[in-house]
Write a protein that binds this ligand. Structure first.
Ligand code: SAM
Length: 278
């Protein structure tokens, strides 16, 4: 295809991805802090705040074909790994929206990541949310239709996951299938730094330091080298927005000249893209 990210033969890509995440699962949370200097926490906080989980209704009636929903939300955190997004979604729903019934299905292809997440859910600060979490081992490109039914999900999140998929487009089509009309697809992913000076600093950091930190902390240089390269291959902001819209989603925030429709974080080191299923 014309997307750089689909040029890798699929079998080699998926086995590569699975060995990367099996080898990093135990050190994953520490590595995230080191590699991003802790900034990934702020991005995730912002991402979740922007989704306002547990606020009712999910969307104003006018922007969807449906009446406003008053039911608890069923959220699906794809590539949910060790639960970073899921815990935040439930904390936000509970603490800010007084919603104690919405649920999150944490889905990931890698059992080692999920089991690290399950262990985390037993820690005291997360334990209140544990009964509202489910952990599902599944490939985001073909979710089990008997478990994740058509039109069943209010909010689909994917953070730092979709660029690793063999086919991000297949995952988008699955997102479309499982979301309710009016449901939201929300993606937080590394993107392209738009300022040249910041980009130069960032490239030195990511190509220079991250593989070395990976070697020193996780004893695995290659996995982290792979992660850095996968960021380079993923489409830039505008192109990714267009893919989301081609999958059938309404992209909020696009102006009358066709500009916008994403939110850059830290100058574009990461970006948030959203789509609403009509
Ligand atoms: N969302 C978490 C976070 O932000 O901390 C974890 C992100 S981690 C960088 C990427 C995750 O994507 C890994 O847990 C990996 O197992 C998962 N993954 C990779 N390919 C996948 C696929 N095809 N389907 C589902 N999950 C996948």
């Amino acid at each position: 295809t014309h997307f750089g990210f689909e040029e890798i033969p699929s079998s080699s890509k998926s086995s590569r991805v699975s060995s990367v995440f099996s080898s990093v699962a135990s050190s994953y949370d520490t590595m995230n802090d080191l590699m991003s200097l802790g900034i990934h926490r702020l991005w995730k906080d912002h991402f979740v705040r922007s989704l306002n989980p547990g606020s009712k209704p999910l969307l104003p009636a006018s922007s969807t074909s449906q009446e406003p929903r008053t039911e608890p939300w069923t959220m699906l955190d794809i590539a949910g790994g060790t639960g970073d997004i899921a815990f935040r979604l439930l904390a936000h729903a509970s603490l800010l929206n007084n919603d104690h019934t919405s649920r999150v299905i944490v889905s990931d292809i890698n059992p080692a990541m999920l089991s690290a997440g399950r262990t985390r859910a037993q820690q005291p600060q997360y334990a209140p949310y544990a009964p509202r979490l489910e952990w599902l081992e599944a490939n985001a490109e073909s979710l089990p239709p008997s478990i994740i039914k058509d039109n069943s999900i209010d909010l689909y999140t994917v953070a730092f996951g979709i660029r690793n998929f063999t086919s991000p487009l297949k995952a988008l089509r699955e997102a479309y299938r499982v979301l309710k009309p009016g449901g939201v697809f929300a993606c937080l992913e590394f993107s392209k730094v738009e300022n040249r000076v910041l980009d130069a600093v960032y490239k030195r950091w990511s190509f220079g330091a991250i593989p070395i930190i990976g070697q020193l902390v996780a004893g695995d240089r290659d996995s982290y080298q792979y992660l850095v390269e996968s960021i380079e291959r993923f489409p830039r902001q505008r192109e990714w927005r267009d893919r989301i819209s081609e999958a059938g989603f309404l992209v909020p925030g696009v102006d009358e000249r066709g500009e916008g429709g994403w939110e850059n974080l830290t100058g574009g080191v990461a970006a948030i893209h959203k789509g609403i299923k009509p």
